[in-house]
Design a protein around this ligand. Structure first.
Ligand code: NAP
Ligand code: GDD
Length: 322
């Protein structure tokens, strides 16, 4: 039986990846950081099948201890301070976790378990002010936030450990991916949750920032399959994972309100508080390499994704008001 270590197990992707690896017969060890209140909501349904171990990307000793104890065959580094807006207010913490955290983990793997295969959660935010459209593995990076800058560091240190020490370290350049388990602060979930609250008469407006931003939004359940496929290849590499379609925040609103028969323009208000000091205007990925080499393709369309999220939030809010 293979063992996989997932950092960021309590996050959106951690929960989907854990489900997927369990279905493949892996022993799944999930690293979680200490908090005063447990936050296992996303993994509650599989908690008994997981090994949960405390640890923190800020603390290398904890990483070494987890690796020594469980000797994983595969390590998926999903942990990060992942919210772009927060990275402007907490740039140093973001750098410590999202940038240097990658080095701490890579170096712990190199020391304790050098043959383990390593996955780094890189991001389309690295393309930032895009140099070409669509973006692919060879597109130059121009990050537009402390988060994006930290992820560029994490990306290159992964490439560097691969080249310096021959580690099987791959980097998935994933475009935005969403689900009913997405954090409420990200725009898709913020919209679908507010649509459900408005539909239930619990709210009357939705305040958003830049409605013109365009993103390539896919379904998280599809994207974790690509992570696993990367680690099954004979050689490590970098892969863009994306749907190849882009939609604006405005279109997202239009579609989400339409699912419950409402006109978005009656409820959405633009609020300066949600604008960013520097914006990423347009992302759309070219996943040809992932399609050809990994045989990966997305299974959920934008419309299906938005409907799935609105319906899940309608159920959630209905349960909350009962
Ligand atoms: P998420 O829901 O925000 O989850 C982040 C995870 O990291 C949480 O489990 C969090 O723990 C953990 N974490 C934060 N700081 C930590 C620390 N110092 N030590 C250990 N764990 C820590 O993010 P996600 O959407 O699942 O994304 C997973 C990864 O993919 C992230 O690295 C993200 O930057 C990257 N990514 C995401 C997307 C996307 O569209 N979702 C696209 C490209 C790349 P708590 O629960 O305790 O906060
Ligand atoms: N969060 C948020 N809240 N975003 C808003 C709002 C709002 O009220 N109004 C407009 N937006 C715009 C943002 O300015 C951005 O252009 C877009 O909606 C998407 O914002 P987020 O959903 O917060 O995601 P992100 O694209 O900044 O970052 C996500 O995707 C990256 C991959 O490209 C995160 O998951 C990152 O961790 C990930 O790397």
């Amino acid at each position: 039986m293979k063992t996989a270590l997932i950092t960021g197990i309590t996050g959106q992707d951690g929960s989907y990846l854990a489900e997927y690896l369990l279905s493949l017969g892996y022993r799944v060890v999930g690293m979680h950081r200490r908090s005063s209140t447990l936050n296992f909501e996303r993994i509650a349904h599989i908690q008994d099948d997981l090994v949960l171990e405390p640890g923190d990307l800020l603390d290398e000793a904890s990483l070494i201890a987890v690796l020594r104890r469980y000797e994983p065959d595969e390590v998926y580094n999903l942990a990060a301070q992942s919210f772009v807006q927060t990275s402007f207010g907490q740039p140093v913490l973001t750098g410590e976790t999202t940038a240097l955290g990658v080095t701490r983990l890579l170096d712990a793997v190199r020391t304790v378990r050098p043959d383990a295969r390593f996955y780094q959660a890189s991001t389309s935010e690295m393309f930032g002010k895009v140099a070409e459209t669509p973006q692919r593995e060879t597109t130059p990076f121009h990050p537009r936030s402390p988060y994006g800058v930290a992820k560029v560091y994490g990306h290159w240190i992964t490439v560097n450990y691969r080249e310096s020490y021959g580690m099987h370290a791959s980097s998935g350049i994933l475009f935005n991916h969403e689900s009913p388990r997405r954090g409420l602060e990200f725009v898709t979930r913020k919209v679908t949750f507010h649509v459900a609250r408005i539909a239930h008469g619990l709210a009357h407006e939705l305040r958003l920032g830049n409605l013109d931003a365009q993103r390539d939004w896919g379904f998280a359940g599809d994207y974790v399959r690509a992570m696993w496929l990367m680690l099954q290849q004979p050689a490590a590499d970098d892969y863009v994972v994306a749907t190849g379609e882009t939609h604006s925040v405005r279109e997202l609103c239009e579609r989400a309100f339409a699912v419950v028969g409402l006109d978005w323009e009656r409820y959405v208000r633009v609020d300066e508080r949600f604008m960013r000091p520097a914006e990423v205007d347009l992302l759309v990925g070219d996943a040809t390499r992932a399609r050809r080499r990994l045989g990966w393709s997305p299974s959920v369309t934008f419309d299906e994704l938005v409907s799935m999220m609105v319906e899940a939030d309608m159920d959630l809010v209905a349960r909350q008001v009962k």
